[in-house]
Design a protein around this ligand. Structure first.
Ligand code: SF4
Ligand code: SF4
Length: 457
């Protein structure tokens, strides 16, 4: 039997808050009670840093959620705006000494905002339905969009459009979107990676192969598919057998973070139908935002008797690619040349959501040696935050300016990051702020090192 009830409300022994019939009221009350109002999260919160207003802080937001759960406050448009002003960066989770489960609170609050319809408006509802339910549930349609983006650039249509300054005819918001439109790719993951690949040369006495599943993602697949190829190459070099089904569903993180938990559950079930976790030593994600969500299918499907056990098994197998490489003891060969140096920007959901921060640095330092240099405020959000750069362009632009200032200060010619949203945002930032800096996924640098080492053999 499947269910779309709020999972936390169904936990054995959970006690709901008195006075409110909605999703926040149905949440295990102990989750809402965890915050002890110490304020240690405040200095790490980008929206609080921007306004210095308590309601824009994690503590303030949790207080609002609790007021609603206890029936002292109505779910209103102002509450909805507050929940969407939050970046969902989870920096507060890292800072919190009480272990507050902010991801559950945040996702439940946004789901309640959507369920109550307090932000409903025809244009917003249409875009949400088209993007969340129409596009991101259909991988083939998503690839068609990727193809069109590629054609827009490759055919020269974009060049003509911009040369004739036709973008001036667009309303300001759409003009901003057009400037940020990514390039698209001629080929997607299934055209670059075979469904099953094994390491080419193995010594006879080698240990048994590790079987891993590679998740190709949505945005990564249509805009940065070569990163998936690089990931497969590094996994092969680390003596793994790589399984990459050609058509994969979206992981559902975009939906869960945007208040559509029902679709997020549907997509999680599709993912579990496609990959049997019992068949793999690890399920590999190379996208920080997706990985952070993928590790919590057990919680998402806690009330689904048909999928609950498999979801918990899945959670135990999900690994970020850097985490997995360090866990199995793989050492990268040296990168022959890292001109101008390499620095690293933490994806929020990789470092705060998955607590993977040391592993990418260790791998980059091993491959790049002294060319690697630390980035100031590396774990401060770049302003991408899912679709935040589209929904809150001014705040996002401020965060990007701050980030690019730190990138500039390193003098590095390459900034590495492990999430497609950050990747595209940093590329946009480099163009906008006139920085001659390449953006790379760490595995792309590692893959280059692997290929260079193979060429020397
Ligand atoms: S998720 Fe980020 S923006 Fe939201 S409250 Fe936490 S630190 Fe602030
Ligand atoms: S650090 Fe944790 S306990 Fe302290 S105010 Fe922030 S969320 Fe609450």
């Amino acid at each position: 039997m499947t269910s779309d009830r709020n999972p936390s409300a169904a936990d054995a022994g959970a006690r709901a808050a008195p006075g409110h019939a909605g999703l926040l009221g149905a949440l295990d009350f102990s989750v809402l009670q965890q915050c002890m109002h110490c304020g240690m999260c405040l200095p790490t919160c980008p929206t609080y840093a921007a306004t210095k207003l308590e309601r824009h802080s994690p503590r303030g937001r949790i207080t609002l959620m609790r007021e609603i759960a206890e029936g002292r406050l109505e779910v209103s448009a102002a509450f909805g705006d507050e929940m969407y002003y939050c970046l969902g960066c989870l920096a507060c989770v890292t800072a919190c000494p009480a272990g507050v489960d902010y991801p559950t609170l945040f996702e439940t609050a946004r789901a309640e905002v959507e369920e109550r319809g307090v932000l409903a408006a025809p244009k917003r509802d249409f875009i949400r339905r088209a993007v969340l339910r129409g596009l991101f549930t259909r991988p083939r349609l998503l690839r068609l969009v990727g193809r069109l983006l590629w054609l827009w650039r490759a055919s020269g249509a974009r060049w003509v459009f911009r040369s004739l300054r036709l973008n001036r005819l667009l309303p300001a918001y759409w003009r901003g979107l057009e400037a940020q439109a990514p390039d698209g790719r001629a080929r997607f993951s299934h055209q670059l990676i075979a469904p099953v690949e094994r390491p080419a040369h193995r010594p006879a006495a080698a240990a048994p192969l590790r079987r891993v599943a590679l998740l190709t993602g949505c945005v990564q697949d249509i805009l940065l598919a070569e990163i998936n190829r690089d990931t497969a190459d590094v996994l092969l070099a680390a003596d793994c057998e790589v399984h990459t089904p050609p058509v994969q569903p979206c992981c559902g993180s975009l939906h869960a973070h945007n208040g559509d938990l029902a679709t997020a559950r549907q997509l999680a079930r599709r993912q579990l139908d496609l990959f049997d976790p019992a068949q793999f030593d690890a399920i590999i994600s190379n996208a920080g935002g997706c990985g952070s969500h993928l590790r919590h299918y057990g919680k998402l499907l806690a009330t689904d008797a048909a999928y609950r056990d498999r979801a918990h098994q899945w959670d135990a197998k999900v690994r970020d690619v850097h985490e997995w490489l360090v866990e199995i003891g793989w050492k990268p060969p040296p990168l022959p040349a890292a001109p101008g140096g390499v620095t690293y920007h933490d994806s929020c959901h990789l470092c705060h959501g998955q607590h993977v921060a040391a592993q990418p640095r260790a791998l980059l330092q091993a491959a790049c040696g002294p060319a690697y240099r630390e980035l100031g405020e590396a774990a401060w959000c770049c302003g991408s935050a899912g679709i935040y750069n589209l929904t809150h362009p001014a705040t996002s632009a401020d965060l990007l300016r701050r980030k690019m200032g730190h990138v500039r200060a390193t003098g590095a010619a390459t900034v590495a990051t492990g999430n497609p949203g950050c990747h595209l945002q940093l590329q946009h930032g480099a163009r906008q702020h006139g920085l001659d800096v390449r953006v790379e996924h760490p595995v792309s640098l590692l893959a280059r090192a692997v290929r260079a080492a193979a060429a020397q053999r």
